[in-house]
Each structure stands twice: as structure tokens, then as C-alpha cells.
Design a protein around this ligand. Structure first.
Ligand SMILES: *Cc1c(COP(=O)(O)O)cnc(C)c1O
Length: 386
């Protein structure tokens, strides 16, 4: 008898073009930040549009850190962000010695609510960090209106949001101070590890370019190719080691070309799950308003009150059937460091806690086959008595 198909939570989609470019970059002898990184940045700028400038770094965490550093966020400052996010969104605030102020999320969208941001503002608030959860855009129009009224900086955690379209423009083009994308292995496109900081603020971009490489006023590429003064450089600040390698950028150049196609595949897979689960005791993922476009980075279902199993039993049954799952996320205020730092207790953010109690992320990736998705559907339907 055949073993039933096991389905991983994620499997990357790396094509022969990516592999050839990586090999070429290794053979060229230029391994670190150089021509491929430059090309990837230029390609990314063109892809996002609206005359943004892009700085390639080795993670979205680095991009968010550089953004807050360039914006002068420091001790005593408060930065508002949702409790339902990856810890990186909050940790970069601590890197700067500032305080993350968590807000609840809306169970209808899994995103923060602009009105909750407004309530959390104090005289110390300096910035807000919206997270486009699972790739569904936040209401940037209202968030920017609040930010303008209270003189706040806006740094978007767009780790899930490539490509996401909101109010007629791609995430990255709405005029925030900085927008940070992730190319971690299981994101919507990958460089293995990597990230991109996008902004139209030339001073911010200039600061981030220096700070991503030790605070040196010219990058290594110029230093070694401009033979007029190859040894001369100045250090303007104690910067970081956040530069992207050309080996990683080689992956990025080709992954970016496939980014729209990847998005279409995920959109189709999400629609297929939606149709297959319509009659089950599940809360299906929210769709964006008319005209907006979801990246469908994650496909998250939530157990309804009338589900025959709770979330943990559901996960156990899927794992028993060799279906990979994940949970996005345990709310930050329930994690010991953030709980203790902000003196949060259970019940502080009922929206996020309700989502967390019910949510499971199902396998949902570009390389998924129909047979794999059919197997996930079959197991989910069996467990939920469909
Ligand atoms: C993945 C992720 C990050 C961090 O991205 P890295 O590139 O791994 O640093 C930040 N925020 C969210 C919401 C993420 O999912």
C-alpha cells in the first residue's frame, strides 16, 4: 500500500536561472556586495516604482533597524506596533533603546486598527510600525493621516507584503518613511537570508547605505574599483554589518522576476483552499477590499466555535498525517520578554488572543502541487468532519 503523501509547510522555488547566476557570481570572484547587489537594488526600485530608492541588506530585521536608526529613534521614545507579529518588529525598537508599545489587531483583518494606534499615542510616541499581516494591506491612508496629525514616523514591516497592492499602489509606494521587505527562505521571494529597505527620503537612504556597512562613507565596491583613492575612506558612525552579498543578490535578481508569477500561484492556491473549506467550521482568511491585492504569503485558518476539535488537536491531527503547519504568531505580549517589559497580562489584547487561540497556517507555497494541496484538503476535511 502507498504511504499517504506528506506535505511540508514550505519548499522553496529556486530555478535554474537563479542557480546559474549564483555560480556566475562565485566564478566572477566578487562574493560580497558588488555589481549583483547594485543590479538587484536597481531592479527592485523599478519593480516597486514611484521613484523609490532601495538598500539591500542581509535581513528585514536589519532593514527595520537601519530605518529606526536613520530616523533618530532613541531612549525614551515609544514606537507603536501590533502584538500579532514576529518578534523582529519589536526587537529593533529595543536595539535603539526605545520602547515598543503594543496594540491589538482586528480579528476581521488580522491587522492593527488605526483607531487603536490613535489611542496608544502619548507625548513620547515617535513612530508606528504597521505589519501587513499575511500580505493583506493595512489601511495606510488612515495610518498616514494619524501619523501626520501627531508628527509620527511610519516604518512598514512589509515582510509578508511583496507583492501587495493597496489604494492603487504597491506596498512600498505609500509615502512611509521606510518600508522593509524580507527575503528569508520561506518568504514570498528569497535570497536565503536578505532584506530590502525602501524609501523616497534621500537622507534616510544615504544614512542607511553607510550604516549597513560599518558607517563607512563609501561602500567596499567603490573602494576597490575606484583606483584613484582605493584606500581612502572615512567612518562617520559605529555602523553595522548588514550588507547583502552578491551571492544572495544573484538569487534575488531572478526571484524578483518571478515575483508576480509567484503571487498569482499563491492567489490561485488560496482560492482553491477557500472553495474546498467553504462548508467547514473554519474562519477563512480575510480578503482585501475591492481593488487591493493580497500577496497571500500565508494561508491562515481559524477554528470556529462549532469545530469538533480545538486548535491544538487540529494541529496534532495534521502532524499525525505528516502535514507541515505553523502558527503565526504567539502574540508578543504573551512571550516572557515582551510581557515583562510592558507589564502585559493575558487578556490585554483580546483580538490577537482570540486569533492565536484558533489559528493555524497551512502549507501554501509556490512549489506546491495539486496532489499536495488535495492531500491537505483531504486531511483537513476529515479532521473537521467535512
Ligand atoms: C520574517 C519576518 C520578519 C523578519 O524578516 P528577516 O528577513 O528574517 O529579518 C519581520 N517581520 C515579520 C512579520 C516577518 O514575518
Amino acid at each position: 500500500m502507498n504511504e499517504p503523501l506528506s506535505v511540508p509547510f514550505f519548499r522553496p522555488s529556486i530555478g535554474e536561472e537563479e542557480i546559474a547566476e549564483v555560480v556566475e557570481s562565485i566564478r566572477s570572484g566578487w562574493l560580497t556586495t558588488g555589481p549583483k547587489t547594485r543590479q538587484f537594488e536597481a531592479d527592485f526600485e523599478a519593480y516597486i516604482g514611484n521613484d523609490v530608492q532601495a538598500v539591500a541588506v542581509n535581513s528585514a530585521t536589519a532593514a527595520m533597524h537601519l530605518a529606526l536608526e536613520a530616523l533618530g529613534i532613541g531612549p525614551g521614545d515609544e514606537v507603536i506596533l501590533p502584538t500579532l507579529t514576529f518578534t523582529a518588529t519589536a526587537e529593533v525598537v529595543r536595539y535603539m533603546g526605545a520602547t515598543p508599545v503594543l496594540v491589538d489587531v482586528d480579528p476581521a483583518t488580522l491587522n492593527l486598527r488605526p483607531e487603536d494606534v490613535e489611542v496608544a499615542i502619548t507625548p513620547r510616541t515617535k513612530a508606528v510600525m504597521p505589519v501587513h499581516f499575511a500580505g493583506l494591506p493595512c489601511d495606510m491612508t488612515r495610518i498616514h493621516a494619524i501619523a501626520r496629525a501627531h508628527d509620527l514616523k511610519v516604518v512598514e514591516d512589509a515582510a509578508h507584503a511583496l507583492p501587495t497592492v493597496h489604494a492603487g499602489g504597491m506596498i512600498g509606494t505609500h509615502g512611509s518613511d521606510a518600508v522593509c521587505f524580507s527575503f528569508y527562505a520561506n518568504k514570498t521571494m528569497t535570497t536565503g537570508e536578505g532584506g530590502m529597505l525602501v524609501s523616497t527620503n534621500a537622507a534616510l537612504i544615504d544614512r542607511a547605505r553607510k550604516m549597513r556597512l560599518h558607517g563607512i562613507d563609501r561602500d567596499v565596491f567603490n573602494r576597490f574599483t575606484d583606483n584613484k583613492a582605493s584606500w581612502r575612506y572615512d567612518v562617520v558612525a559605529p555602523g553595522f554589518k548588514y550588507n547583502m552579498t552578491d551571492v544572495a543578490a544573484s538569487l534575488g535578481i531572478h526571484q524578483l522576476r518571478r515575483c508576480d508569477g509567484f503571487g498569482e500561484i499563491r492567489t490561485a492556491r488560496a482560492a482553491r483552499y477557500d472553495a474546498a473549506f467553504a462548508d467547514l467550521p473554519l474562519i477563512l482568511p480575510p480578503h482585501p477590499p475591492e481593488g487591493d491585492k493580497h500577496s497571500w504569503h500565508l494561508y491562515i485558518v481559524r477554528m470556529s466555535d462549532d469545530a469538533p476539535v480545538d486548535r491544538d488537536q487540529f494541529i496534532a491531527a495534521l502532524q499525525e498525517a505528516n502535514i507541515g503547519i505553523s502558527v503565526h504568531y504567539t502574540p508578543l505580549h504573551l512571550m516572557s520578554y515582551w510581557r515583562d517589559l510592558g507589564n502585559y497580562s493575558e487578556g490585554a489584547f483580546p483580538g490577537a488572543e482570540d486569533i492565536f487561540r484558533r489559528c493555524v497556517s497551512l502549507p501554501h507555497f509556490m512549489a506546491m502541487t495539486d496532489a499536495e494541496q488535495d492531500r491537505v484538503i483531504e486531511v483537513v476535511r476529515t479532521v473537521l468532519g467535512g
